[in-house]
Design a protein around this ligand. Sequence first.
Ligand code: C2E
Ligand code: CA
Ligand code: CA
Ligand code: CA
Length: 277
Amino acid sequence: AKRLGRNRSVGYRRQFDSHAGNRLRLVQELHRALEREEFELVFQLQFDADDRPCGTEALVRWRHPRRGLLGPAEFIDACEDSGLVLPLGRWVLREAVRHWRRLDERGWGALRMGVNISALQFQESLVEDVGQLVAELGLPRGALELELTESVLLANPVDAGRAMGALNAMGASLAIDDFGTGYSSLAYLMHLPLQRLKLDQTFVRDVGRNPDSEAICSAILRMAQGLGLGVIAEGVEAWHQLDWLRQRGCDEFQGYLLARPAAFDAVLERLGASPGR
Ligand code: C2E
Ligand code: CA
Ligand code: CA
Ligand code: CA
């Protein structure tokens, strides 16, 4: 029995080491991926209540030399734990803004470019980076929208509020991502300089089949209207969801029903001719 116990503990240790080893290898690979520019962005179009395109969200992908195109679920945690999310996030921001420029050249400058900001990234250097991009590229107000999660705001609401104010002053708008899934105090919403809530996909998915989720959606929509915030529903996959949300005053929609995340050229093709020409 004693021996068995020992073996077991050795077995456990090996498993643990191999997990840590895998993580280390992944982080090394990610470092190289940044140097070799193996990351790319795909873009998911967003639509207003009249079915007109109103924005796009930049989503990062890793074109892995052997494993093919990987989504953030495969690597974003490792990036956050290792701090790599800082240089990656900076690259994403610049690349997204560069693509907004290209949209503008095609006459689609009214579209917003949404960029996901990780918790670690939400600090003073982000304000500086955005300031630099705005100065360099002369972004008009509202062209860039930063998507923050509730946890970021909760960690330090006073500093978060100050940084958000500075970002707003430079013309970047701010959205709360995955809204309704975190634990943010609703009172903060009143004081933070915010433009939009992104209604989380889990609620949207349940529209038409779970009255509790519907109640949450209705409440969020009513509250946002009262506070003068826009709401974009995420993960819209069915017409009945879109109709239900639209009837309750939801402004904007994003989801596979309307557009899948796609390479930039495919997005341009989907947009077609310039608006109003
Ligand atoms: P998110 O910000 O909530 O992004 C929406 C995710 O939902 C995307 O997954 C998108 O492809 C997916 N999606 C869109 N429409 C639908 C739909 O109708 N149904 C379903 N089931 N899914 C839909 P993706 O691209 O795999 O990204 C996952 C998460 O990774 C993002 O969630 C975001 O938190 C993070 N992420 C993506 N790009 C970046 C980035 O550049 N920086 C950082 N820090 N995080 C990123
Ligand atoms: Ca997002
Ligand atoms: Ca989201
Ligand atoms: Ca999410």
